[in-house]
Design a protein around this ligand. Structure first.
Ligand code: FE2
Length: 379
């Protein structure tokens, strides 16, 4: 498997939200990101406002409609709530990547085109993902200003003092799809992006005694892009994927895993900034202490203090923790992850503890028990 499409890695992720200014403030305050660009009426864009936010190689665009005729964004928010509209990969050649994708069955959204101003040009194209999500190919080699044409320096500098959150970039992006859709989308990625499936979690691998899910992870050459796709699997109660599909009104991005180079510092700083995380029971750490040959550099007391999870692999280990859903609906959340000594997995050893923690929250929301209708066998 080679990188014939010239994929360099993740680029920006764009969120559609109800109020971009306030959400941008949350990303600055909670995740320690900087507002480095702005576009809106002052820059000639009449119907929407976007804030371009960065932290090292992490790049987010937060967008809201400001005119009633901005149907595309209003419809997205109306149906899904705040969520990820598009994620992008940086490629050597947009035309080549798009042409490969569409010849192999990708659904076109935007043909390759150039955005230009006096600072140069940016090339972009987009294909469809899931229900209402897009995957964008982008190349900014010939652009020498902020993000892309239409963006300028933020008009108001928001200076928020907070500890360094040590965020580095995107590690992986996860999609949730309906029952029987996972194989369709895994095959779509593999055919249109020249990816391959490298992890296949089957029934019984991921679940509790009440709920379960299936998951496949597709990846690009060199593991630059890793994209798990989850679908619900039948269980006694409603799985977290079913809850997502119901509350998001369709398939879409469930979480973004953000790479950190010091997860203890990251979680500590984020907690001080008010970010809420899943809670991990102390028995998890009692078991971790009893494991033979765990051999990790971190002190388990420090991990326990921040509720950080640890998964040992054949090569290396990973440390991770998940936020609670960050918006009003129980849909999108973040994961923070640190990979040490070459770990490439997704924390399979932690699934049980995680799902039990998620189920507690689902129960509080009244979304764990199935309705009488859902318990009926299919016709
Ligand atoms: Fe993840």
């Amino acid at each position: 498997m080679s990188n014939v499409l010239g994929i360099r890695g993740y680029d920006y992720i764009e969120f559609y939200v109800g109020s971009a200014k306030m959400v941008a403030y949350w990303y600055a305050k909670a995740l320690g990101m900087s507002i480095t660009g702005y576009c809106g009426p002052e820059t000639g864009i009449r119907d929407r406002i976007s804030y371009y936010m960065t932290k090292n190689n992490l790049k987010f665009v937060i967008t809201s409609p400001v005119q009633p005729n901005c149907y595309e964004i209003f419809q997205f928010i109306n149906r899904h709530g705040d969520g990820v509209k598009r994620w992008s990969v940086e490629v050597d050649d947009v035309e080549k990547a798009f042409s490969y994708a569409t010849k192999n069955g990708a659904i076109m959204v935007e043909r390759p085109h150039k955005l230009e101003d006096h600072n140069g040009s940016v090339e972009e194209a987009a294909i469809r993902l899931y229900d209402d999500t897009e995957l964008v190919y982008i190349n900014r080699d010939n652009y020498n200003h902020i993000f892309k044409p239409g963006f300028c320096e933020p008009r108001q500098k928001i200076n928020i003092e907070c500890e360094d959150t040590c965020l580095v970039g995107v590690d992986h992006i996860v999609g949730n799809v309906r029952e029987n859709e996972m194989n369709i989308w895994a095959s779509y990625f593999n055919k249109t992006m020249n990816f391959e499936t490298f992890v296949d979690f089957k029934a019984g691998d991921i679940g509790t005694k009440y709920s379960a899910l299936l998951s496949k992870v597709v990846r690009s050459a060199d593991f630059k892009i890793k994209n798990p796709i989850n679908e619900p699997f039948e269980g006694l109660k409603k799985s977290q994927i079913e809850e997502y599909i119901e509350q998001y009104y369709g398939s879409g991005v469930q979480h973004i895993a953000v790479e950190t180079d010091n997860i203890i510092k990251t979680i500590s700083a984020l907690r001080k900034n008010g970010v809420e995380f899943l809670e991990i029971p102390s028995t998890y750490y009692d078991m971790l202490r009893k494991r033979d040959n765990l051999n990790i550099k971190e002190n388990i007391d420090d991990l326990q203090k921040e509720h950080i999870l640890c998964d040992k692999e054949s090569e290396g280990y990973l440390l991770q923790l998940f936020t609670k859903p960050i918006g009003d609906r129980p849909t999108f959340f973040f994961e923070f992850i640190q990979r040490i000594d070459g770990a490439q997995g997704f924390g399979k050893g932690n699934f049980q503890s995680l799902f039990e923690s998620i189920e507690l929250d689902q129960k509080l929301r009244g979304n764990l028990d199935k309705t009488a209708e859902e318990l009926m066998p299919p016709c």
